[in-house]
Design a protein. Structure first.
Length: 484
C-alpha cells in the first residue's frame, strides 16, 4: 500500500461470519463504559449542585476519568502515542489559559477548568481506552443506531407540530429553545439544548451507519435516520456536514476501483479553490459562507465573526481570552456568539492549544488512513470513521461545539486510535511467520494452501529434470577353489 492508496471496501464489507479473535472481542467493561456514555448523551436530565450544572455525560466522564487515565498511562490500553501527549498538552494549555486570565464576576474558575478537562481530554481518553478493536467500534455504532432510532421520530414530530415533546415530558432537562421556524418547520432540538447540537449529533451517524452496520436493513435505515435528523434540525452546520459526507461517500463509491482516488480528490479540490479565488471578487471562504447559509444575514455575520475573531487571536496569541471569552472585542451590535469551533478555541485558549489539537488530529487521521488493515470489518469501520470525522472537522468552521456534543466530538476523535494499532498488528504478522514453512501442509490435497510464491498453472510450472536411473549391479559371488 502506498502513501496515497487509502483503501477501504464499499458498504457491505461486514460479513456476518467475519474473522474474529479473542483479542478482538469487546470486553464487558468496554461495553459498560460505552453504554453509559451514550446514555449520557441522550438523557435530558440536568442536576444542579450549588453552582455546578451536572449533565449525565459529565457525570459519566467524572466517574471514569481517573480509571481511564490510569489505564492509559500504564499501557494497558496500548502504548502511549505522540498524539496522546499532544491531546493532553492542548487540554493543559487550555487550563493554563483559564487560570492566567481574570475570572469574570460570578464565574467559577474550578467549574470551567473541570468541565473543559472532562469534555475534552476526558472524552477523548474514554474512547481511547474503551474502543480497542473493530468489535468495540461496531458496538459503539449499534448504540448510536439505537439513539437515532429513539430521537429522530420525536424530532420529526417536533418539527411538524412545533412542540418540543421530549423536553415537555422531562421538566429537569434543558430549556425549550424558541427559534424562528424555517421552511414552515420548527427547528427540532429533541433532548439537546439547541437545534444545532441535535443536527450535529445526527449528522455524525451518516457515514458511520452507511459503512459500519452489518445488514442492509440497518445500514440504510441508519443512514436515513441520520439524514432525516440532520434535516429537521434545519441547521446550516449540520446540513454542511451531511452534504460533505454525502460527497465523500459518492466519490468513494464511483471511484472505488481507482487506487489513488483520494489524491485525485485533493488535487481537484485544490484546483477548484484556486479557480474560485481567481474568478471571483471574493475569497473562497466568503463564497462558501454565502452559499452555505440560509440567508444573507447569517452569511455576513459569519464573515464578521472570522474578521474580528482573528483580530482577537493576534491580540492575545499565547493564552487567548480565557474565562473572559464573552468579552471578545467586536462591534457593540454583534452577539458574543462565535459560530466557529476552531476559531473560538484559539480565541479562548491561544494559538499553542489549537496547534497541539490540530497536530494531534492530523497524526491520528493520517496514520489511521494509511494503516495496512486486513480485516474487512476494520476496513469498513475506518471508512465510516474517516468520512464522519471529515464532516465534523469541516463543520467546525461554521458552528461551535458545546455541552454534550463537545464531549461527543472529542470522544469521536479518540474512537479511531484503535485503527492505528490494528494496522501495526497486521504489519507485524508476516514478520512473525517468516520462520515457518512457505507452504502449509494440509491433509486434504484439494484444500487451499498459503504460499508466498505466486500461483502458477499446472502447465506453466517448470518440469523438474528426470533423475538419472542407476541400474543395480548384482553382487559378484566369491569363487572358491572347489568350484574351478
Amino acid at each position: 500500500m502506498t502513501a496515497t492508496d487509502i483503501r477501504y471496501d464499499a458498504p457491505g464489507a461486514l460479513p456476518a461470519a467475519a474473522l474474529n479473535t479473542g483479542a478482538d472481542a469487546p470486553s464487558k467493561m468496554a461495553r459498560l463504559m460505552l453504554l453509559m456514555f451514550m446514555l449520557g448523551m441522550v438523557l435530558p436530565v440536568w442536576i444542579r449542585v450549588g453552582p455546578l450544572l451536572l449533565m449525565p455525560h459529565r457525570i459519566v466522564l467524572l466517574l471514569t476519568f481517573v480509571p481511564m487515565f490510569f489505564l492509559l498511562v500504564s499501557g494497558r490500553a496500548g502504548r502511549l502515542q505522540i498524539f496522546d501527549f499532544l491531546m493532553l498538552a492542548s487540554a493543559l494549555w487550555a487550563v493554563l489559559a483559564l487560570t492566567v486570565g481574570v475570572v469574570p464576576e460570578g464565574g467559577s474558575l474550578i467549574e470551567q477548568v473541570g468541565i473543559y478537562m472532562l469534555e475534552s481530554f476526558g472524552a477523548y481518553m474514554l474512547a481511547r481506552v474503551a474502543i480497542r478493536s473493530a468489535a468495540d467500534f461496531i458496538y459503539f455504532a449499534k448504540l448510536f443506531f439505537l439513539a437515532l432510532l429513539v430521537l429522530v421520530p420525536f424530532g420529526v414530530v417536533e418539527a411538524i407540530t412545533h412542540r418540543a415533546i421530549m423536553l415537555e415530558l422531562i421538566p429537569m432537562g434543558p430549556s425549550i429553545n424558541h427559534q424562528l421556524p424555517r421552511w414552515g418547520l420548527r427547528r427540532a432540538q429533541t433532548v439537546f439544548s439547541h437545534p444545532i447540537l441535535f443536527g450535529l449529533f445526527c449528522s455524525a451517524g451518516l457515514g458511520l451507519m452507511f459503512y459500519v452496520m452489518r445488514s442492509s436493513l440497518t445500514r440504510f435505515s441508519g443512514a436515513v435516520l441520520a439524514a432525516v435528523g440532520t434535516f429537521v434540525s434545519l441547521s446550516t452546520g449540520a446540513l454542511i456536514s451531511g452534504v460533505v459526507q454525502g460527497v465523500f461517500m459518492a466519490w468513494d463509491r464511483v471511484m472505488r476501483r481507482v487506487p489513488r482516488r483520494w489524491l485525485i480528490f485533493s488535487i481537484l479540490f485544490a484546483m477548484l479553490y484556486v479557480a474560485i479565488d481567481l474568478l471571483s471578487n471574493r475569497t473562497p471562504f466568503h463564497v462558501l459562507v454565502t452559499y452555505a447559509s440560509f440567508n444573507s444575514g447569517n452569511a455576513y455575520n459569519r464573515i464578521l465573526i472570522w474578521r474580528f475573531g482573528m483580530e482577537n487571536v493576534w491580540a492575545n496569541p499565547m493564552f487567548g481570552l480565557g474565562a473572559n471569552i464573552d468579552q471578545w472585542a467586536r462591534p457593540s451590535w454583534m452577539s458574543s456568539s462565535a459560530d466557529n469551533f476552531w476559531l473560538l478555541h484559539t480565541m479562548r485558549f491561544g494559538i499553542p492549544s489549537f496547534l497541539f489539537l490540530a497536530v494531534a488530529l492530523f497524526y491520528i487521521i493520517r496514520r489511521a488512513a494509511l494503516a495496512p488493515l486486513t480485516d474487512p470489518r476494520a476496513i469498513a469501520c475506518r471508512a465510516g470513521w474517516l468520512i464522519a470525522i471529515g464532516g465534523m472537522i469541516i463543520t467546525g468552521g461554521t458552528v461551535h461545539y458545546w455541552h454534550a456534543v463537545m464531549a461527543f466530538v472529542m470522544f469521536f476523535f479518540g474512537a479511531g486510535v484503535w485503527i492505528i494499532e490494528a494496522g501495526e498488528r497486521a504489519r507485524n504478522q508476516p514478520e512473525a511467520g517468516e520462520a515457518g514453512p512457505d507452504i502449509a501442509e494440509v491433509s486434504d490435497p484439494g484444500a487451499l494452501v498459503y504460499t508466498r510464491e505466486p500461483a502458477q498453472h499446472s502447465r506453466d510450472r517448470p518440469t523438474p529434470p528426470p533423475e538419472p536411473v542407476t541400474r543395480a549391479t548384482p553382487p559378484r559371488r566369491a569363487i572358491r577353489r572347489g568350484d574351478r
